[in-house]
Design a protein around this ligand. Sequence first.
Ligand code: NAP
Length: 254
Amino acid sequence: MARILILGGTAEARQLAARLADRSDLVVTLSLAGRTASPAPQPVAVRRGGFGGAHGLADHLAATRIDVLVDATHPYAATISANAARAAALAKVPLIALRRPAWAPVAGDRWIEVADTAGAIAALGALPRHVFLALGRQEIAPFATAPQHHYLIRSVDPVHPPLDVPHAAYITGRGPFDEADERALLVHHGIEIIVAKNSGGSATYGKIAAARGLGLTVILLRRPALPQVPAVESVEDVVAAIDHALTPAIARGV
Ligand code: NAP
């Protein structure tokens, strides 16, 4: 039995776990950071919480005799991806990264790409606007420095404490979000501009497509730099890469 550790917190990680769950030759564990109060049910065993940096993860890989590590975390979770690369090297465990391609603009998109939340706040400008903040809870707080705007804030768990601004409405929700629902949400709240991450994938693309249809501007935070490691773009390709990593070189005729 080979042991697979998937660093997750994404829909793809759950899909990969489901794809591997029935394999009698694998023992699969999914690792979650433990950020959300009631995470979605998972098809394999789950462990929660940080490892204590790259060395902690390397120790965990050795102690649990992991044969292949899969980094299927979110493209903006740069710290854990860097730790995974370092830990895999330290523990000499093969690492496969599942990296969603970023969205590319198409005709009709009005995108402003910025480096970070400070750039997004600057791009919103001085005049009050109705803003949809589709960011994680951790990225919301800086927008208190721009209290002139009306904010609609969506997060998986409620935002505590709330943003210290006079006009903010909160909704909770977990994707996927389809275009028609996103359009209705944007219209209902009179949204003029969106701040989001370039997450890639289909689950959160609905707001991008809806913004295009409504002629709204989307401010996109640029993706962080991720380590150079063997990477694939689909769940099926991870499965193939795992099988490849587990097949002894001699059996592959290498
Ligand atoms: P991060 O900044 O890259 O990681 C911060 C720390 O959280 C890591 O150093 C690690 O702690 C711990 N951690 C992160 N992912 C973990 C995992 N899968 N298993 C165990 N520990 C983990 O991460 P983040 O941006 O806060 O994201 C946290 C989680 O939410 C990730 O699993 C990610 O896939 C998911 N997520 C993130 C976003 C986003 O926009 N950032 C969006 C959707 C989902 P130690 O150093 O102690 O090991």
